[in-house]
Design a protein around this ligand. Structure first.
Ligand code: R1P
Ligand code: GUN
Length: 307
């Protein structure tokens, strides 16, 4: 029996039968566990009960799986991760993606991955939900790819294409859901997510670099989960909540100009010295959590029955 099968076996003992066949997996990003507050008949399973699962150590992430029904009417059976794992916590990439493999082993065919992210694109304001259509993953390109090493399952492809990683069908569903909910157009955008390892936030020069490479938002998660989910042949949707702007043009105004202006007695342009914090990230998650929740619920309502 494989490791994931063993974990699924434990879950079958802990979760009632009617919740054992989730159609959709949801990964809750930083401060976004409230996404599944409306789960019905819900059952929580703590990660420490599940072989192969590690613990989430980041504030705003819990360490439990939640099973239940979500959406209107009878609802859709879902399994949600109320807290994810990041490599910067010291977790191996194989541990970071392990829950995705377990959920795939349970038969889950669709995954909605959420995250908090910084905006690189100056047109994206804080609070915008970005429907991710592509990614740039420097770690993947430089030796920190979750699929490096012997194949966990020989029936999965060795060379995985990622040009179609983000399901068009699910992305379109987001905009249909937003229209049904009369969510204003500017509340949603489309864009490219840059994955960085963290845990440092970007310097202004790094922000400019990622922006110049074509990224719209940046974060420290999600891409490993996307890669594993695609390997497992799931339909993937990623929603990034913009929680802060990455400071791109600021941070290094000439101190010589400033010094010379000071001794000449003339004033200089005030240096903007805003810095991002995880508290701010969580605060925006709290403010925008309800919007994200309604959107996900509506997406579930609209999900075709054959996927
Ligand atoms: O991507 P999620 O888990 O939502 O969290 C984001 O917020 C944290 C930084 O504030 C980082 O972990 C970053 O990846
Ligand atoms: N790397 C990165 N991750 C984030 N998560 C939330 N905001 C940010 C950010 O500005 N940068």
């Amino acid at each position: 029996m494989s490791d994931t099968e063993a974990t699924v076996q434990v879950l079958r003992e802990l979760v009632p039968e009617e919740l054992q066949a989730p159609r959709v997996a949801i990964i809750c990003g930083s401060g976004l566990s409230g996404l599944v507050a409306s789960l019905r008949h819900s059952v929580l399973v703590s990660y420490d009960k599940l072989p192969g699962f590690v613990q989430s150590t980041v504030p705003g992430h819990k360490s439990s799986l939640a099973f239940g029904f979500m959406g209107s009417g009878a609802g859709v059976p879902v399994v949600a991760m109320l807290g994810r794992f990041h490599p910067y916590e010291g977790h191996k990439l194989s541990s970071v993606v392990y829950p995705v493999r377990v959920m795939a082993n349970m038969g889950v065919k669709n995954i909605i991955i959420t995250n908090a992210a910084g905006a690189l694109n100056p047109n994206l304001s804080v609070g915008t939900i970005v429907v991710v259509h592509d990614h740039i993953a420097l770690p993947n390109l430089t030796g920190m790819n979750p699929l490096l090493g012997p194949q966990t399952n020989p029936s999965l492809p060795r060379f995985l294409p990622l040009s179609d990683a983000y399901s068009r069908m699910l992305r379109k569903l987001v905009f249909r859901a937003a229209r049904d909910l009369s969510i204003e157009r500017d509340a949603l955008a489309e864009g490219t997510y840059a994955w960085v390892s963290g845990p440092t936030y970007e310097t202004p020069a790094e922000g400019r670099f990622l922006r110049a490479a074509g990224a719209d938002v940046v974060g420290m998660s999600t891409v490993p989960e996307v890669v594993a989910a695609r390997e497992e042949n799931m339909n993937v949707l990623v929603l990034s909540l913009v929680t802060n702007a990455v400071v791109i043009p600021l941070g290094y105004e000439s101190v010589r100009d400033e010094f010379e202006a000071e001794i000449a007695g003339t004033s200089t342009k005030a240096v903007v010295d805003e810095v991002v914090s995880h508290e701010e990230v969580l605060a925006i998650g709290k403010i925008k959590g309800d919007l994200m929740k309604s959107l996900v619920e509506k997406i579930l309502d609209l999900l075709p029955t054959d996927v």
